[in-house]
Design a protein around this ligand. Structure first.
Ligand code: G
Ligand code: G
Ligand code: MN
Ligand code: NA
Length: 250
């Protein structure tokens, strides 16, 4: 409850901020996407993880204004980097129940001038659990105006293949639990490789998530993942650090 009260004023007080984790093209080594990850600097409690406050926001209708803020901030920030690098924003399944998502997306694009194709929304398959017909409609509408859709944490939920069949995602993010064991476990490797093939044949881009070692990175490249993300490459960092990294890589 205390968190809920705090969260209400957090936006107005400038306590919420976005960090970005760069996602790299496996072939060119360049940054392809930056994933926005929310942080909350609480005046008393210090930095609070989104794993803690996103659930609070989801159960208190604050998720809508918070996501609208994240979309606006992320689009504005993305205007400060190269045109060929996208920005990805995580979208809570709770948000799809309200009609606020398309409105928030359009406001963020119009407010910043960012091209729709540079904005990617990350959703998990649980977004389809409640009313999958309506959800598909909303998501297709967003794709129609040019946005990209990524399926996050792929492989951890239910009937993943059904969603791949029924819905045309642009990007598939393979959950870090599968990348963790690619070095030692043949089963993890077989699954990761098969998902990379499957996505490729569906013309869907792939991100190998949670790459923590050079060995996992090597496997992700060999398996033909389009992109890689993980601590061995970069942790989530503040915008200024990201811009510095981009300048240095030029
Ligand atoms: O960055 P970190 O590992 O602390 O994130 C923890 C979790 O919080 C992840 O599952 C991530 O997707 C989620 N998260 C981070 N930022 C946002 C956000 O802006 N919106 C939503 N819905 N989830 C977020
Ligand atoms: O649920 P989602 O995939 O959006 O969660 C993103 C979270 O994963 C971020 O909070 C980020 O901090 C975390 N993350 C990113 N790369 C790595 C990694 O290499 N290892 C671990 N353990 N977590 C990571
Ligand atoms: Mn994500
Ligand atoms: Na993920």
């Amino acid at each position: 409850y205390e968190l809920e009260m705090g969260l209400r004023s957090a936006m107005a007080n400038g306590e919420l901020l976005l960090h970005y984790q760069p996602i790299f093209d496996t072939v060119t080594g360049k940054i392809a996407i930056c994933e926005a990850l929310m942080r909350w600097d609480h005046p008393v409690l210090g930095r609070i993880s989104p794993a803690e406050f996103i659930p609070v926001a989801e159960s208190s209708s604050l998720i809508e204004p918070i996501t609208a803020w994240a979309l606006e901030q992320a689009c504005r920030d993305a205007m400060r980097w190269e045109d060929n690098v996208r920005v990805a924003v995580n979208i809570s399944p709770a948000l799809i129940k309200s009609d606020g998502l398309p409105r928030a997306v359009i406001a963020a694009l119009m407010g910043s001038g960012l091209k729709a194709r540079r904005l990617e929304l990350e959703v998990t398959e649980s977004i389809f659990l409640e009313d999958s017909g309506r959800t598909s409609l909303i998501l297709s509408e967003l794709q129609r105006i040019g946005l990209r859709l990524a399926l996050d944490d792929f492989g951890t939920g239910y009937s993943s293949l059904g969603y791949l069949r029924d819905y045309a995602f642009d990007t598939l993010k393979v959950d870090q639990s599968f990348m963790r064991g690619v070095g030692e476990k043949g089963r993890d490797r077989a699954i990761a490789q098969s998902v990379a093939y499957l996505a490729h044949s569906l013309d869907v881009e792939t991100v190998a998530e949670g790459i923590e070692t050079e060995e996992q990175l090597r496997y992700a490249r060999e398996m033909g993942f389009t992109n890689v993300q993980g601590f061995v490459l970069s942790k989530p960092i503040p915008l200024d650090d990201l811009l510095a990294m981009m300048a240095q890589m030029k």
